[in-house]
Design a protein around this ligand. Structure first.
Ligand SMILES: N[C@@H](CCC(=O)N[C@@H](CS)C(=O)NCC(=O)O)C(=O)O
Length: 382
């Protein structure tokens, strides 16, 4: 890792209360507690890491710095995916991004900017490899790109993760005609995988554990990985199951490919930002939870205006009509109303991008609300 050391001269001036009778050297006072002013010049060595791969670490962001920068820019810069239909996809015909992850970016922008704010989003397409350096370098304010929450990304890379918005697991796609039914059947075969992902590491671990030998072929992004698999270079294509299902929906003959039952890992996907800006973390976290809580309460983009008249204190609180829950977040009281009105609740976002009306047709499963037996659960808005 490339790094450089810089010297920071920190001037600290302040009034210090010094207890009398202490054996320190700060004061010669002998009577009651006295107030003295001290001036200290300290030299602090700070290691500034270079952004890169899964090894660099971001400079911590200060509290409130990110939202101030977002407001200043008038736009939320969101790291996204250009190549994963349903989650983050750049339509070459319209040059517009759409998807589940993109809508969650819009939800944060609606919370920050208020009326019309959902459109104040600039998505930057990132790959599995460049997404972390791009976030570390401050080129985006938040990364929402089917990214798995892991301890090393959370700690060594210098990020913080918000609520999991999609509980996933790694799968394996094979050609139906191959007759492959289990991971063991891939013995001696080749598997295509995308670089810079958890997928790459899990693949090696799982097959070592099974004592099955495969050849791993690594590609930089989804289009190249998919093309290699479709060209018959690999017997198997592995990534998050959601990614496999979404990608298969774009094939001319989806039926000719099957996703094996085996789930090779846990892949909790959600938003992340630079470590250290607690206010920004709260904004991303509670904007995301707002969509989930709205679904639980049956509040949709269609009925949210009627719900403003509700006498249920829980609904009133969520919509900013009770205690001001936005103030301590640096947001307006109606931040959650704005999200629901402009982008919709979690179920609407899911259905619009991944539901049965789309080619992806991905059942909610564990990504349903906890009240329906799933894992989607927002803490109380109180
Ligand atoms: N969730 C895993 C994998 C994420 C990932 O990059 N998946 C691929 C395969 S679906 C993807 O989104 N590729 C899009 C691209 O970069 O072209 C991670 O965080 O490492």
């Amino acid at each position: 890792m490339r790094s450089r050391l810089i010297l920071l001269f920190v001037l600290v001036m302040g009034a210090v209360l010094v207890a009398c009778g202490s054996n320190g050297t700060e004061t010669q006072a002998t009577g009651d507690t006295v107030e003295v002013t001290v001036e200290v010049t300290r030299i602090v060595e700070v290691e500034v890491p270079a952004a890169g791969g899964e090894t660099g670490a971001a400079m911590p962001a200060g509290d409130g710095v990110t939202v101030a920068a977002v407001r200043d820019a008038g736009v939320l810069k969101c790291g996204g995916n250009a190549n994963l239909v349903g989650f983050g996809f750049l339509d070459p015909a319209t040059n517009e991004y759409s998807g589940f992850d993109v809508d969650l970016c819009k939800a944060i922008a609606a919370a920050v900017f208020g009326e019309g704010g959902a459109d104040q989003v600039e998505v930057r397409g990132t790959t599995g490899t460049d997404r972390f350096p791009v976030l570390q370098a401050g080129e985006v304010d938040v990364l929402i790109r089917n990214t798995t929450w892991t301890i090393s990304r959370d700690t060594s890379l210098g990020f913080d993760f918000g609520p999991t918005t999609f509980y996933d697991g790694q799968g394996m796609m094979v050609r139906t005609e191959s007759g492959i039914e289990t991971l063991e059947d891939l013995e001696g075969g080749a598997v295509c995988v995308q670089a810079g992902t958890t997928t790459e590491k899990n693949l090696a671990d799982v097959f070592r554990g099974l004592d099955v030998s495969i050849e791993t072929l690594t590609y930089p992004d989804n289009p190249t990985t998919t093309a290699a698999y479709q060209d018959g270079v690999c017997d198997g294509f592995t990534t998050d199951k959601s990614g496999l299902i979404a990608t298969r929906s774009t094939f001319d003959d989806p039926e000719a490919h099957v996703i094996l039952d085996a789930t090779m890992s846990k892949e909790p996907l959600g938003p992340l930002w630079r470590h250290g800006d607690n206010n920004w973390g709260d904004i991303v976290t509670w904007s995301t939870y707002c969509t989930m809580q709205a679904e639980e309460l049956g509040i949709t983009s269609e009925n949210v205006d009627d719900m403003l008249g509700s006498d249920d204190p829980v609904v009133q609180g969520l919509l900013g009509q009770g205690d001001d829950l936005g103030q301590a977040l640096n947001l307006s009281a109606d931040f959650c109303y704005q999200i629901i009105k402009q982008v919709g609740n979690f179920g609407e976002i899911y259905d619009r991008n991944l539901g049965s009306q789309t080619n992806i047709n991905l059942a909610r499963g564990v990504n349903d609300l906890w009240t329906n037996g799933g894992l989607i659960y927002a803490p109380p808005f109180r």
